[in-house]
Design a protein around this ligand. Structure first.
Ligand code: ZN
Ligand code: ZN
Length: 247
């Protein structure tokens, strides 16, 4: 196998394995560290009053692996070397003005945040909720293992903006990779199930608008509040924001 130029099939298998291993290490690792090893510390900060049911944790892991098997297909069709050449992804940071690097990063973050809010609202319509988004909402008490427990079709919806972006807008591969890391970190943070951010952070610019574990846990508990992904901006603008919906 040529690691620098894998075939699309090798890329698909590698991507699926990578997603599964990353899930076990990051989502499984965070769950084990905070909800098992540091349980007392975490429980003092948990949002939902109940413990996680073992059956829910197993279901979430199964749904996540199934999600990775399916979503590796669009990832391969976009990022495998033989397909990537048709996208606007580029490697040389000087191919465009340097200021384009932070601008494209911000466009990805805020564009995906807006896209997710509205797609999420659509996913809550009756038919799509019953057949697609309900898989994610089986988890009333989210935890790091919930972060990717979704119907594969929801994965296609969510990736739509990102892949549309790299097909249409020049995007440096390092910027794209950084965006993926930040996106993953904020996804796990939202599903953490416990609030580790101190109250004082609510006054820090930018951070005060982040979608915290409290907000997303309350989305899983009460369904019709806090649809946002990275920030609470769209929820505040559309009057769907609740700071502490359960209290
Ligand atoms: Zn969720
Ligand atoms: Zn939802």
């Amino acid at each position: 196998m040529d690691f620098a130029n894998p075939t699309w099939l090798e890329y698909y298998v590698g991507t699926t394995l990578f997603q599964c291993v990353r899930y076990v290490i990051l989502c499984g690792g965070f769950y084990y560290l905070f909800w098992v090893v540091l349980r007392e510390w975490t429980i003092r900060r948990r949002v939902h009053p109940d413990d996680h049911a073992r059956a829910d944790l197993i279901r979430e892991a199964k749904d996540s692996f199934w999600f990775f098997i399916w979503t590796s297909i669009p990832i391969t069709l976009t990022l495998a070397p033989e397909f990537r050449v048709h996208s606007r992804l580029y490697l040389d940071v000087r191919a465009y003005p340097l200021y384009w690097l932070p601008i494209s990063f911000l466009l990805l973050v805020f564009g995906q945040d807006a896209y997710f809010y509205w797609v999420h609202r659509i996913l809550h319509t009756k038919w799509l909720f019953k057949h697609v988004h309900g898989v994610h909402h089986k988890s009333l008490n989210p935890n790091p293992l919930t972060a990717f427990a979704m119907h594969p079709v929801e994965g296609l919806f969510l990736m739509g903006f990102i892949f549309g972006f790299v097909w249409c807008v020049p995007t440096n591969l390092y910027v794209f990779s950084l965006f993926q890391v930040v996106s993953m970190a904020l996804n796990i943070n939202g599903h953490f199930g416990a609030e580790f951010q101190p109250e004082s952070w609510k006054r820090v610019p930018v951070i005060k608008h982040l979608n915290r574990a409290t907000h997303h846990t309350n989305h899983h508990r009460f369904f019709t509040v806090n649809y946002g992904l990275y920030f609470t901006l769209w929820d505040r603008w559309m009057k769907t924001f609740r700071e502490n919906a359960g209290k």
